[in-house]
Design a protein around this ligand. Sequence first.
Ligand code: MFK
Length: 635
Amino acid sequence: MSVCSALLSRRAAGGVCRSLCAVPPSLIHIRSARLAEPGTRRSEEEPLWEETGNLPFSRAKIGSFIQERPVLKNPFLEDALLRGYLRRHLPHEAAFSDLCAFGERVANEVDEWGRECEITPPRLVHFDPWGRRVDHIVTSSAWKRMKDLSAQEGLVAIGYERSFGEWSRVYQMSKLYIFSPSSGLYTCPLAMTDGAAKVIQSIGVSWPVDEAYSRLTTRQPERFWTSGQWMTERQGGSDVGSGTETVAAPQADGSYKLHGFKWFTSATDADMTLTLAREQDRSGATTPGSRGLSLFYAEVSRGEDGRLKGIEVQRLKDKLGTRQMPTAELLLDGLQAHRISEEGRGVASIANMLTITRIHNSISAAAAMRRVVQLAGDYATRRTAFGKLLKDHPLHMQTLARMEVETRGAFLLVMDVCRLLGREESGVATELDAHLLRLLTPVVKLYTGKQAVAVVSEGLESFGGQGYIEDTGLPGLLRDAQVLSIWEGTTNVLSLDVLRCVARSSGMVLHAFFTHAKSLLAGASSVSSLSPAVTAVDAALSELKDFVQVAATREPGYLELAARDLAFSLARIYTGALLIDHASWKEASSSDTYAALRWCEQDLCPVATQQARRCYDPNTAPLDAALVYDRPVQG
Ligand code: MFK
């Protein structure tokens, strides 16, 4: 007989059940109870504590109500927009059945691994038991399973197999979109792995990186490698041109030894890395600035003594989020490496990697929004307050609908950038496509990063206090969203990148923007239900054009102050055009139309609004500084 059933039958026999169930038991009076001395036995005459209702130990009564938890369902089947988008652009049974099966796996298996990654974060073991320095980054078994899964599912490989031609990137990113919020942040190493494969492909798949390329893009788990992207040093992760101190000392065999300190290296358990360093000449001198930086390839390996070759892991970072993933400070102390860019072309060569990681970042942002909206929507069907389910409270539904609109906008924007990337990689991109891809990559990254934080934060609130409780898994979503606007270029750095590509293309990227946005609107001109949205986007395009014309005549500082608002305007206008375009598709739903209309009700061109308020005038910068430090304006 088990302990449980023994207890149950004893209670029944002794009438405990009767005394506990018939009338509400009196409070247990601890002080009036006479306790037996430790080690003595209670005399036979003494009544049982249970019989008197004076249980010395008893479960507290906590009531019978237990709230049903939100349930994660197949993220592919649950996402009407994703399925609609693919039905429109990639109507292939093979892609659908793969995404459906993967969605099932994510909901029923992978999501738990992601949770395990969160509660079993990596740790660094500096020394073995005998004092030998080993610098082992110990990761959870779930983290390792994520690596195998990523290879098997082709999460990087799909982008290079190109089975669906120009739509292959859309297919790959759809899979990552389904995977991301359950991945335990494994999407981070995958982003860099994809970026490294892209860089290698763009410079040529030959020695010394041919083996690496085949491992980065394989579907065989036992061969699969991930890559790091070690760019950030102590002096800066944004201004890498002046912040990079790492030097590359040429060796007789044509390779290099790297010496430096990398301050933020993400997913540091990678098998290889691409990194920037300054090549030394014979006298040991280097060239300052970006012109002195070259791109290097290095494998991360161990010697027979178990030590990392040429690397010491200084410590793991203690981060707000992304705790599932090791982020380390690394001392490069003679790391063997190969230069894979022309001398001094490091930044330009790693830019391909930045394009890919920024797109991955945007996918993760849209996916985080989608996940919280799905969970909040499900919860609203299970949670009752003020006499009815949350889903029957119009104000609650309005809040979720606003989150849904943001999520739809983010999804279409990032998928359009994936479409452009796919076109470029399969050799069908027009000049207009190429310009759009260059302009929209920083735009989508910076805009979705901000949206994700806002939407996920709102999402947590929609669970009330439970959204703030760690083991619901919800707070982790917010922590992990916060990084999306920081790494891979902050909002301001990327806003300046937008200005840079406008200037370097002599405005051609903006010309492509206007041309394509107009053509999206033209396709919807006959759909009367969309006309308020079309009018709003059209008006915003005119305002933007006026802004550009005025700004072109002003001093450089004017544009710099306008950079963030300009980037936001580009994002909102283009997203509005995409929502309209999707809603004008013959199989679009009434929700597609409603989402487009709602999106276009906001200020689509904040840069024009702020310009009218003279926010970029020359006196603004000193006034801003005076406000921040609350001092009188100097001079
Ligand atoms: C879920 C997803 C997870 C992702 C996880 C990744 C985790 C990894 C964590 C990190 O590594 S965080 C560190 C990320 N660091 C950055 O993103 C750097 C941010 N800073 C910038 O992007 C700056 O704008 C930049 C360093 C590029 C500025 O450097 P420079 O030297 O002032 O650039 P410059 O002179 O404008 O451009 C040099 C060349 O690069 C030019 O080529 P050309 O010489 O041929 O004209 C530029 O056109 C090219 N270039 C620069 N940015 C580009 C670009 N090309 C294409 N796209 C870009 N965005």
